[in-house]
Ligand binder design. Structure first.
Ligand SMILES: Cc1cc2nc3c(=O)[nH]c(=O)nc-3n(C[C@H](O)[C@H](O)[C@H](O)COP(=O)(O)OP(=O)(O)OC[C@H]3O[C@@H](n4cnc5c(N)ncnc54)[C@H](O)[C@@H]3O)c2cc1C
Ligand SMILES: *[C@@H]1O[C@H](CO)[C@@H](O)[C@H](O)[C@H]1NC(C)=O
Ligand SMILES: *[C@@H]1O[C@H](CO)[C@@H](O)[C@H](O)[C@H]1NC(C)=O
Length: 519
């Protein structure tokens, strides 16, 4: 026994040294991996002029530490990179054409990692039937939407233009059209995936159906998607059915208003049509002084003349301000300030080194008093803790009719009938001289957990957390669902990724590496 204790630390030290050396310039990645990649692929080390942009993040809280970026162009580039990383025991992460929107504590455990950068896997090709498209695994939502609309087609993508398709879709994924067609992952017909051992496989209802099941909701844990075969739909331009409208109402975020607004929202849930999203934001716009407000957005499929049908009860509450517009679905991101040029997509440019952890609570039904209390506490924090004054609380009320098209047991997505995604999010400057300021992270955690708890208590003690909003301390059941589902995922994990190479983003098998765990 005594021998084992002396042998193992020695091995660890050696492993640590080898590991520390790989990313030093000339350490061998260029020489060893370089010749195996396709002609356009590039390996960017830290001294490369393109490295900073390639490895940038939407936000820097719990960001991974990347030491090399491999700019891949095809499936084999991904395989070769994974084989290289495996051989040298180097961790890897994946970033698509977005800004690296993934944000969860686990990512901070990726140290000196290789970033598999998939942004050039952006092909788009409609099938002869016109009902599916082959879509590159690194494509950005905005680019996909533009490709589709040029062909008078549409599909379910993330609502925000700046996210990529993959990270969103592999966690289920919510978007404007989900009321019609279901979640993003419901659109998968087949996937081309590079597994943890570098082998590429196709997963569909008929090939590796168990893996296909897992990719729909827990996909970040199982492989790199290099191509999606994805369902697409016609837009009925001739019948002018492309018309969408919105109204945004501004109210003071007082208890009284919050109660009235979310009583009205709750009431409207039963009749919310398929093409609608209600999206509330509690924040403190500098232009309006230091008093927090609620911006309640209502987006619907139809002309603005239908507003009395959908938004009258919000007019009746005497908002401070109302704005509206009519256009197409392509305008919707801009209306909600989640377009590629808008403030949400460019958070890190407004506040360099921004940290933006979210504390999600997903629900089937509003407990209005819990919303009132949590919004009130959140507003108080914005007013009294200067570092957190720029924070925002999201209240998303999606249409869910399309989600019933798929049975709960037919994919890994656990909580199909959660209509409401509530998420207080703290927005602050989290880096000091390029290093995380954990003091301010701790503040955000303290308040985030407290405000989340108000909502959890209001829901009788048990809630869910959308995997793509989760911050990292949620239980596996909260994210991935019932025991049978978790059991199945663990079993599949032991088959497809026995070494737990995909372990940094909402991991099913949590590794003991050090990260931001002290929080
Ligand atoms: C500004 C903003 C807007 C958002 N809007 C929406 C929205 O409208 N709807 C919604 O549902 N969610 C939304 N989210 C949450 C979003 O789902 C997550 O942030 C998600 O991680 C983003 O995925 P990404 O591919 O853009 O980011 P990335 O950081 O590139 O990817 C996130 C993770 O996904 C995995 N991954 C990425 N690409 C691949 C691949 N090809 N194969 C396998 N794994 C991969 C990796 O584990 C990676 O760490 C939004 C988030 C932000 C910050
Ligand atoms: C970190 O944040 C805290 C809280 O805002 C602040 O008091 C402290 O000065 C910051 N640390 C540094 C090194 O700036
Ligand atoms: C990689 O793993 C898959 C899934 O377990 C397996 O089918 C395949 O044979 C493995 N490839 C190699 C080269 O071992």
């Amino acid at each position: 026994m005594h021998r084992m204790y002396t042998v193992f630390p020695a091995l660890t030290v050696l492993g640590g040294l080898a590991h520390a050396a790989w990313y030093e310039k000339g350490s061998g990645i260029l020489e060893e991996l370089g010749p195996k990649l396709s002609k356009d692929a590039r390996i960017l080390l830290k001294d490369h002029e393109a490295f900073t942009d390639a490895s940038s993040r939407w936000q820097w809280w719990a960001a991974p530490e990347v030491s090399a970026v491999v700019d891949v162009y095809n499936e084999d580039d991904v395989s070769q990179t994974i084989l290289y990383a495996n051989k040298h025991d180097i961790p890897f992460i994946i970033k698509g054409a977005g800004e690296g929107h993934g944000a969860t504590l686990g990512l901070a455990k990726a140290k000196n990692a290789i970033q598999i950068y998939t942004k050039n896997l952006d092909q788009f090709d409609i099938s002869p039937s016109g009902t599916t498209a082959r879509i590159g695994g690194g494509i950005k939502a905005k680019k996909l939407i533009e490709y589709l609309s040029a062909q008078k087609k549409q599909t379910v993508t993330g609502a925000c233009e700046c996210v990529a398709l993959a990270g969103v879709a592999l966690g289920g994924g919510h978007g404007f059209l989900q009321g019609y067609y279901g979640l993003l992952s419901d659109q998968f017909v087949s996937l081309r995936i590079v597994l943890a051992n570098g082998t590429a496989v196709t997963a569909s209802e008929t090939e590796h159906p168990d893996l296909f099941w897992a990719m729909q909701g827990a996909g970040h844990n199982f492989g790199v998607v290099v191509e999606f075969e994805y369902k697409i739909y016609d837009v009925d331009y001739e019948n002018k059915k492309e018309v969408w409208s919105y109204e945004v109402f501004t109210y003071p975020a007082t208890k009284d208003y919050t109660r009235k607004v979310y009583t009205a929202a709750k009431k409207s849930m039963k009749t919310q049509p398929k093409g609608m999203l209600q999206y509330g934001l509690v924040l403190t716009p500098p232009a309006l002084g230091s008093e927090p407000v609620i911006l309640h957005h209502i987006l619907w499929h139809g002309p603005l003349t239908e507003k009395s049908k959908y938004t009258q009860s919000f007019h009746d509450l005497e908002p401070l301000n109302v704005q509206n517009a009519e256009g197409t679905l392509l305008d919707a991101p801009r209306w909600m300030q989640i377009d590629a040029e808008g403030v949400v997509c460019n958070a890190n440019k407004y506040v360099p080194g921004a940290g933006i952890p979210r504390f999600p609570v997903d629900l089937k039904e509003y407990n209005v008093e819990a919303v009132v209390d949590s919004v009130d506490r959140f507003s108080e924090v914005m007013k009294t803790v200067p570092e957190l004054s720029g924070s925002f609380f999201m209240i998303e009320q999606y249409s869910v009719q399309g989600l019933a098209l798929k049975k709960s047991e037919d994919s890994a997505v656990p909580f199909r009938d959660d209509t409401l995604l509530l998420a207080p999010a703290f927005f602050y400057s989290s880096l000091v001289d390029g290093k995380p300021n954990t003091t301010i992270d701790e503040l955000a955690f303290k308040y985030g957990k407290e405000i989340k708890q108000i909502l959890v208590d209001g829901a009788g003690g048990k809630t869910h957390a959308y995997v793509n909003y989760a911050y990292g301390h949620e239980s596996l059941e909260e994210i991935y669902g019932e025991p049978w589902r978790l059991e199945k995922l663990r079993k599949l994990k032991s088959i497809y990724d026995p070494e737990n190479r995909f372990r940094f983003y909402a991991p099913i098998v949590v590794s003991k590496e050090k990260g931001h765990d002290e929080l």
